[in-house]
Design a protein around this ligand. Structure first.
Ligand SMILES: *Cc1c(COP(=O)(O)O)cnc(C)c1O
Length: 415
């Protein structure tokens, strides 16, 4: 058996815990996974990784799985990093990319974390997993539970997108609505964990999901030839993937795999409908105060108070980035700005990042030559609950060509 994880470590006080048994959070705070990076450096190289199958398991030495562990997998493909030259030109920038996580099996980046978390839970003998979720995480848990032959229980707040409800129901999860927000749902799921009704897979409450999401950062580095971009935009709810990417970059730097020691600035973006991290960032604080009036169509960002708050704020500050809010009422407009320039229909969570990019490019905070990557965390197609277009109607028995012609601004054929 070969495994490179050595132990877990409390993110708040450094207490260590063994890696060879199932771990959950301790003292209400998350755990870091720690590895023997010297042994990894001796065992594997970027060249060896390049020769492997193009899915997230190609980085297995940097994951908590030993080679005896059988993954619960839907072949988590490397997601494309798509250049967006027309949007870039519109913003007077040279290099804008979307890393499109919507191509994964669950149409969201939650696939990576849940694939790994359920793999480890099953490995250590868990038969039922549970989660408090705003949608995509619960859906992904139900999907991977079905794939791995586990039972699952999901507790979601009202207003959770219907697509996520369908993912849970059709994959055989037991699912309930709760009349509150995700942190309140989370407390109940925790109580059930303490009663041994299930294993709690909720955000940051077990250490494995974070490691699965680390592959977003590893993949990005590999796709950029082990030379990281200058700026990364990430739509932040609980912040798992932001924390995970920053951890990935630091591990890569320590392994000596990066071409330079320059790290990207991480821009964490929330909606004005739920900006607790923005408020803490602006006040110079390390922990958030619960935001009481959460109201955003970006369901993944409906997190009034995340338990990894300090890990997000530490990472952003260390990177020289910042936490900003994008105006809730503009989310569909920014979604359209990208879609109409590039044909990529991103989720409303990612629309906040488009808004933040427009703002920061406009005021010169991003230099023209800088390489900018925006994470599209899910497919826009999953979010049709709030999309209510007013389409003009055409009378097909008696139609008026001028109504159609007046809509077009240029000839149909090149001269
Ligand atoms: C969960 C989710 C987020 C937020 O992710 P965190 O890791 O909790 O910050 C962003 N976008 C989408 C689509 C999500 O499902």
């Amino acid at each position: 058996m070969t495994r490179y994880i050595t132990h877990f470590e409390s993110a708040i006080d450094g207490t260590t815990y063994p890696a060879d048994q199932l771990q959950t959070w301790h003292a209400n705070r998350p755990l870091w996974s720690r590895y023997d990076l010297d042994r990894i450096r001796a065992a594997v190289t970027p060249e060896i990784i390049a020769s492997r199958r193009e899915n997230m398991w190609r980085y297995r030495e940097l994951l908590p799985v030993g080679d005896e562990v059988e993954p619960i997998s839907l072949d988590e493909q490397m997601t494309p990093t798509v250049a967006c030259p027309r949007l870039a030109q519109h913003l007077n920038l040279d290099h804008v990319y979307i890393k499109d996580e919507s191509r994964l099996a669950t149409c969201s980046f939650k696939a990576r974390g849940l694939s790994l978390a359920l793999t480890m839970a099953r490995h250590f003998g868990v038969r039922r997993v549970a989660m408090a979720s705003n949608g995509n995480a619960g859906g992904a848990m139900a999907i991977y539970a079905a794939r791995g032959g586990l039972d699952s229980f999901v507790l979601v707040p009202h207003n959770t997108p219907i697509t996520n409800i369908a993912e849970c129901l059709q994959c055989g999860a037991v699912i309930f609505y709760g009349n509150g927000f995700i942190d309140q749902c989370g407390r109940l799921v925790r109580q059930g964990h303490d009663r041994k009704l299930w294993f709690d897979i909720s955000t940051m409450k077990e250490p494995y999901r974070l490691e699965g999401k680390k592959t977003m950062g590893l993949e990005l580095a590999e796709q950029f030839g082990w030379d990281l971009p200058d700026v990364i935009f990430y739509p932040t709810g609980g912040g798992t993937a932001l924390i995970a990417m920053w951890k990935a970059f630091k591990e890569l730097r320590e392994l000596g795999w990066l071409k330079s020691s320059r790290m990207p600035r991480i821009i964490s973006v929330q909606s004005t409908g739920c900006p607790p991290l923005v408020q803490a960032y602006e006040k110079g604080e390390r922990f958030v105060t619960r935001y009481e009036n959460t109201d955003t169509i970006a369901s993944g960002l409906r997190v009034p108070q995340g338990i990894g708050d300090f890990m997000v704020l530490d990472a952003v500050r260390e990177s020289g980035g910042k936490v900003v809010a994008a105006e809730e009422s503009q989310l569909f407009a920014w979604q359209k700005l990208l879609a109409s320039h590039e044909g990529l229909l991103v989720c409303p969570e990612t629309a906040t990042c488009i808004g933040a990019l427009v703002e920061m490019a406009g005021c010169g905070e991003i230099k023209r030559s800088e390489k900018v990557v925006i994470f599209n965390t899910a497919a826009g197609q999953k979010y049709m609950d709030y999309f209510k277009p007013q389409l003009p109607e055409l009378d097909l028995n008696n139609f008026d060509w001028s109504r159609i012609e007046s809509q077009f601004t240029r000839p149909a054929y090149a001269e």
